[in-house]
Unconditional design. Structure first.
Length: 231
């Protein structure tokens, strides 16, 4: 699914974001990435999305190489990724189902299939009854679920969620985390960055990546298996 070998990422201003990443994530895994701001969490997601390419090293996502020489691979991989942004990036004045459909526009599906997938995705997040409500009239938590529906409607192999519980109370944050975890049952790999460590401290499944000052400690949650990598 995801393999990184000796991956470095240095920005044009000289900032060293990632340092000698050696990492492997299997299909269907759920991964939590925690660490302070500026530690490299979002930079890692940008590499997986193809927004940034490694300065050096080897990175493969969904079996395809991710670097400047393989731009076609990056376009293909993005079609198989469902991103959940911290800012939601929903279009105001449009309904929930409109926003979900717009998230699939790059896939070239016929309109009937777009509608079908959008309604199925809204059902999965418990928002069928709000499908034709403008997102402006939804609560913060409901808008977050629309953003998740937009991601899963693409039927992705990989979901990338960047701080998906920001600005939510504990009750709604737990609901969002449980919702994201549920997609693991569909053999979808789910990667979540979060500052809310209290939401995952009692979980007994998945992989925990602790990022701090360019290094990462990998822990298999709920199992007596700890490994160290560098990020």
């Amino acid at each position: 699914m995801i393999k990184a070998k000796g991956v470095y990422l240095e920005y044009r201003d000289g900032t060293k974001a990632l340092n000698n990443v050696d990492l492997q994530i299997k299909q269907g895994e759920i991964v939590y990435i925690i660490g302070p701001s500026g530690s490299g969490k979002t930079s890692f997601l940008k590499l997986l999305m193809g927004i940034e390419q490694p300065t050096s090293g080897e990175l493969t996502v969904l079996g395809k190489e991710m670097n400047k020489e393989h731009k076609k691979n990056i376009r293909q991989i993005r079609r198989q990724i469902g991103p959940v942004f911290q800012e939601f990036k929903l279009i105001p004045g449009r309904t929930a189902i409109d926003n979900v459909i717009l998230g699939m526009r790059v896939l070239g599906m016929p309109r009937v299939l777009l509608n079908k997938n959008a309604l199925e995705a809204l059902e999965k997040v418990g928002l069928t009854h709000k499908a034709f409500t403008k997102v402006d009239n939804l609560s913060w938590g409901e808008r977050q679920r629309v953003a998740i529906a937009r991601a899963v409607a693409r039927k992705p192999s990989l979901i990338l969620a960047d701080e998906p519980t920001g600005n939510l109370d504990v009750k709604n944050a737990l609901r969002i985390m449980e919702l994201l975890r549920s997609f693991k049952d569909e053999n979808t790999t789910v990667i979540i960055t979060t500052h809310a460590t209290h939401l995952i401290e009692n979980l007994n499944e998945g992989i925990l990546l602790k990022v701090n000052k360019g290094s990462i400690q990998q822990e298999s949650m709920g199992r007596d298996c700890n490994e160290k990598h560098h990020l």
